[in-house]
Design a protein around this ligand. Sequence first.
Ligand code: TYD
Ligand code: MG
Length: 467
Amino acid sequence: MTPKVKTVYRCTDCGAEHPKWAGRCDVCGEWNTLVEEVAAPKVRVGTGGGSARRVGGAESLGAGGTVATTTRLRQVVGSEAERVRTGLDEFDFVLGGGIVPGSMVLVGGEPGIGKSTILLQVAARVNERGGSALYVTGEESPLQVKLRADRLGESAGDVELLSETLLETVLATASSRAPSVMIVDSIQTVFTADLEGAPGNVGQVRECAARLMRFAKESGTAVIVVGHVTKGGGIAGPKTLEHIVDTVLYFEGDSALDHRVLRATKNRFGSVDEIGVFRMSESGLSPVANPSELFLGDRLTTASGSAVTALLEGTRPVLVEVQALAAKAGFGTPQRVATGYDGRRLALLLAVLDKRAGLPFAQLDVFLNVVGGIRMQEPAGDLAVAASLASSVYDRALPADAVFLGEVGLGGEIRPVSQSERRLAEAAKMGMTTAYLSDRGVPRRSAAGIRAVGIRTVGDLFGSLFS
Ligand code: TYD
Ligand code: MG
């Protein structure tokens, strides 16, 4: 393949341009940072030759440019285009109410998590509701896609399929068919003939994504691209892709468990950190209307070391269970293993509990697990972690219908959490009867059926629970 246009190699670190590929950027000295891209034609402005009229400073700065007209904001006409609702409720919810025409969405996730499945369902639904979907498959043959479609409980028969990886052909076809939604599965398989690099390398991925974005904006077709996540967690052809697109959704979950969480990490048309929960079955993914129910489903309420908290995932409160196991350590440094929780935050909490509540963690191995593959990032979950740890150390189960909300400070003090009323409402809905939270954060009006107990420090909490 001979490149038709001039390409250059640019350092992703310092931005220096190189005519040829090299392992190391000789400007900043970084290794493996050169990425191929299409060379931008140099734009020459000005009359040149020093003949430009130079009067004032301002004029000489803009010499040679043309004067464009500006618009007052109130003169801008048009309204937000009608979103395409797929009817796959959780998917629409995470996007902020449906697919925005002319937008570009990146769906990232590990291989096998269900990206192709959900997008085929989306395509089927878009067609069913009067839109048109074009599914571009670069990874699987049309037969494989059909076999998947047959498993789904959707009528996907009318979805148009294009088995192609050359971007130019994809774009030409899309222009002529003008679908309302185009799905590209995956961005790592498409390539443009303008670059020499193999499909999937950073330069190809970036250039293809940029052109797909331009196509979306110009045509009004919504483009959804699949991006595989590499081991390190970034979408391959890395973070640069996230800047280009309008919306980034991550599809996560343990492939051994049957539920999947779709999370928006960037959204130009809605709020971020919203989650949608799905269950994977033999007939595709189905939305889970009540995630708390799912996450608390297998809870063993009589075991020690289990505590429940209400996390805010975007705008939606979700109850999750934290499990702790503190066991007598063998020789050497005791182990600290945390799943779904930050290891350093755990170390900090252990030190606080040791010092302020006299729990002997120096001699104990500690294992912590946030159930259901959820990652607990909010400090509001601290108190539940502390309670589960203490419960395991005392080997006494916590009250089965209690929920713990609070950030734990270095002095062992419990701090209030944001939006406690909404969290309490969700807890009450799930049958919880008591909420332990900061004495400075007891909401004036708490939901019916739940009692809010204000606590000052972790020591006070353990005193009332275990004495
Ligand atoms: P897939 O959508 O191919 O994943 P990705 O595109 O993210 O790589 O999903 C593959 C997994 O989903 C596979 O392990 C089988 C499972 N699956 C079901 O359990 N039920 C179904 O109806 C379908 C279509 C797939
Ligand atoms: Mg796939």
